[in-house]
Design a protein. Structure first.
Lengths: 333, 210
């Protein structure tokens, strides 16, 4: 009976987090397309519902009723598993994101490592999808994507080290609380820029959307997918983008903290501040998609390995020396 | 305690099953996927004994990087073609004695390791190890690695560096006739050095390559 109570209350908490995330993924897709349209002087989706808000729901409904086609030569089990893996991994990483000092699903000590591990697992959904389709375009797309995600994970890892040096803890809650005096975007601004660009590459967003470059690879690893399975890839992708925005706001923008701890600002609940920061970062993601042309593949690899990696390594040494020399290392070390 | 036992058996059964399937499954790509499943369940076991840092590092390093490279290599093989042929070839049977030898050596090593417990039975009791309960797992590992074992730790780093440089040296070859692009040159080009207006005499043409 006791176990049952614990399990039920946990499930309640998980649903309380997951359902808003899934709904906001639907809204964020609309937002993305809308911003994209407005930048290009189009209207974007504006027909279904007020301001076109229900466009994504209509699309999802369409996907549900479409037939799922499995190619005859595909490896069936892995082909079906791939979108499931993508979506599950995109959703379970939200377990450690803090929305306020108390509203964290699980406040674990190695929260940042957990997110890093889950996002490094994300590449499997794409590799599995590409390989199991047993066709050329998906395979090339998945290989490109795997190389790209591994390369940019390295620089994201080193950027995280920068932040951790200033915090002295792997706990996401401690990371946010360490930014009460100053948000890390101010002392670590170059790292924030690199993190943002690496996050674009990590989530396969333009200008780094080479795995699904439609002019070269049809739709990359998604070519053979249809119906609900395609929609799951799609949901997972946008949930991942939101996760990267949330990670960016936790690491650099002070998470749930209000910009100034004064009267009109601290009236808003902390979770609202967190959501506003995620939306701000997502707006940047959407604008970049509309503005910047796609990178060539060798340029992408050069940027990851020859520019970002040495520069962020240099910055780690700089941060560490600065903290050590001015005796500003966090107390709990 | 019951929940703990249930989770332990759940993860360890998956780990053992996946480990067997790595060897048994005929499709190489499937083997790698089972290997990944094995890594994941082992890291779950690490987390269950409270070694959360090790568990996460296991996920990041082995599953996130090493297994992806495995998969990379294995996916390039033409699996359907060689599925049955490799067992028929003669080269395959010549590997058997060597494989058996390695198997026996590993088996003996495992016996020696297990035998070690007989001579020091309290080696696995956690009370014989000094653990400060206030420290987190990560903190404890760091305070040992960067003080008592700093030389070994750096030695491991140097060995990895040597292996990396070795791999690059072995695979890097300078190929003739490859045009390299210089980003500085591409960006710093001006119009007057890129475009040239040439008066072409009729019936003679121009030779553009020089």
């Amino acid at each position: 009976m006791e176990y049952l109570y614990i399990i039920l209350s946990e499930i309640y908490k998980i649903l309380f987090l997951l359902i808003p995330i899934l709904v906001s993924v639907a809204l964020i897709v609309w937002f993305d397309r809308r911003v994209w349209g407005l930048v290009q002087k189009r209207r974007g989706p504006n027909v279904v519902g007020p301001f076109g808000l229900f466009q994504t729901l209509a699309d999802a409904l369409k996907y549900i009723f479409k037939e799922i086609i499995i190619p005859a030569s595909a490896n069936k089990v892995i082909f079906i598993l791939a979108p499931i893996v993508t979506m599950t991994l995109a959703l379970i990483a939200w377990a450690v994101i803090p929305f306020s000092e108390t509203f964290i699903l699980s406040n674990i000590n190695v929260g940042i490592l957990y997110i890093f591990a889950i996002s490094s697992l994300g590449v499997y959904g794409i590799i599995m999808g590409g390989w199991a389709s047993n066709s050329k375009y998906p395979f090339l797309g998945s290989i490109r994507s795997a190389a790209q995600m591994i390369s940019y994970e390295v620089s994201i890892g080193i950027i995280i080290v920068n932040v951790l040096l200033c915090v002295g803890s792997l706990n996401l809650k401690d990371i946010v609380l360490a930014q009460q005096k100053i948000w890390f975007i101010i002392p670590l601004f170059p790292m924030f820029v690199i993190f943002f660009i690496s996050a674009l590459a990590e989530t396969n967003r333009p200008p780094f959307d080479l795995p699904e470059a439609e002019a070269e690879l049809v739709a990359g690893y998604q070519t053979e997918y249809s119906g609900m399975m395609y929609a799951m890839f799609w949901l997972g992708e946008y949930a991942n983008i939101l996760l990267m925005c949330a990670l960016g706001s936790v690491l650099f923008l002070g998470g749930w903290l209000s910009p100034i701890n004064l009267f009109p600002f601290n009236l808003l609940p902390p979770a609202i501040w967190m959501i506003l920061k995620i939306l701000l970062l997502f707006l940047l993601f959407a604008l970049i998609k509309a503005i910047v042309p796609r990178y060539r593949y060798d340029q992408l690899m050069r940027l990851g390995w020859k520019v970002f990696l040495p520069f962020s390594l240099f910055w780690v040494i700089l941060t560490a020396s600065f903290l050590y020399y001015f005796d500003m290392l966090p107390n709990n070390i | 305690m019951v929940a703990h036992a249930i989770f332990f058996y759940f993860f360890s059964i998956i780990a053992v099953f996946a480990a067997v399937m790595v060897i048994v499954s005929k499709n190489t790509v499937h083997s790698v996927f089972y290997l990944i499943l094995d890594f994941i369940s082992i890291s779950c076991l690490f987390i269950m004994i409270g070694a959360e840092f090790l568990g996460m590092i296991m996920l990041i390093v082995y599953v996130g990087a090493v297994a992806v490279l495995f998969l990379f290599v294995v996916m390039m093989l033409n699996v359907s073609q060689q599925k049955h042929e490799i067992f028929k070839e003669k080269i395959f049977s010549s590997h058997i004695p060597f494989g058996l030898l390695i198997g026996v050596i590993i088996f003996l090593e495992l016996i020696i390791v297990i035998g070690g417990w007989k001579y020091k039975p309290n080696i696995i009791e956690t009370e014989s190890i000094n653990i400060d309960k206030d420290f987190t797992n990560t903190h404890a590992i760091g305070s040992v690695i960067y003080t008592d074992y700093i030389h070994l730790f750096q030695l491991a780093g140097v060995i990895l560096l040597v292996a990396m440089i070795g791999a690059i040296v072995l695979t890097y070859r300078k190929r003739e006739g490859v045009k390299r692009q210089s980003y500085f040159k591409q960006i710093s080009r001006e119009r007057n050095e890129g475009v040239e207006l040439i008066e072409v005499e009729s019936n003679k043409g121009v030779n553009l390559d020089d």
